[in-house]
Ligand binder design. Structure first.
Ligand SMILES: [Zn+2]
Ligand SMILES: [Zn+2]
Length: 235
């Protein structure tokens, strides 16, 4: 259930406007119902890796998962990384568009729990850390911004500094899957989370090499369930 103090501000005082088309937004969201409906939702996905599968498929794992070893237990992405999500993420990352962060995090908090049916949500939320030098250059970590808000909306504790980057790696953009894995190898260290299950939040899942590498480190701490929550993924 989405619940925070913003919901208590009367909508007539600060009416919500859609960040995409500027029409009237919804009661707790700067996004109109039409634009929300038109987003590139991933409706039917593999329960393990989040890759799209046929909705008629009774076995809920994809063929890729037969041949891949993932360090995490589940990856869930709500949307495909294409317009207008790509534009919103770029504006969030490079122009620090906080309205976009609010919208994206609210969507995640509302729709991610639908993937759990009767299962419990992870006990703790953290985010993919940024190297201090990158953080200094950009001024903020968009994954942290989104994760903090999701945690607040879902009422799950948030541990922002559980993991750290131990060395600076060049941006993953433009690298292929193998290069990405090599670029990010050995980049993280993390503290022992005092829980059995954890959700790691990031904005976009591309090849999954960053979250795989970070999950490997969390796995060493003995945490039992590692779930990756991303807003969108590239297909
Ligand atoms: Zn709209
Ligand atoms: Zn899969």
């Amino acid at each position: 259930m989405v619940n925070n103090w913003l919901n208590k501000i009367p909508s007539w005082l600060f009416p919500h406007r859609c960040v995409l088309c500027n029409a009237a937004g919804q009661s707790t969201l700067d996004l109109c119902i039409h634009c929300q409906r038109d987003l590139p939702w991933l409706d039917s996905t593999c329960q393990r890796c989040g890759w799209p599968i046929e909705s008629s498929q009774s076995y809920r794992q994809c063929g890729r998962c037969l041949n891949q070893t993932l360090a995490y237990d589940r990856a869930i992405s709500l949307l495909e990384y294409r317009w207008p999500i790509d534009q919103m993420v770029i504006e969030l990352k490079f122009q620090k568009n906080r309205a976009h962060a609010r919208v994206l995090a609210t969507l995640m908090a509302e729709f991610l729990p639908h993937h759990y049916d009767n299962q419990s949500l992870p006990q703790l939320i953290t985010s993919v850390p940024m190297h201090p030098q990158r953080l200094w250059e950009r001024g903020f970590n968009q994954a942290d911004l989104i994760a903090k808000r999701i945690a607040g909306l879902l009422g799950i504790p948030y541990a922002p500094n559980l993991a750290r980057r131990t060395r600076y790696s060049k941006p993953q953009t433009g690298l292929n899957a193998q290069q990405r894995a090599a670029n990010i190898a050995g980049c993280f260290e993390c503290d022992l989370p005092n829980c059995e299950s954890i959700a790691i939040v990031d904005d976009v899942l591309t090849t999954g090499s960053t979250t795989h590498e970070l999950s490997k480190q969390f796995r060493k701490t003995g945490v039992e369930q590692i779930h990756i929550w991303t807003l969108a993924r590239t297909l």
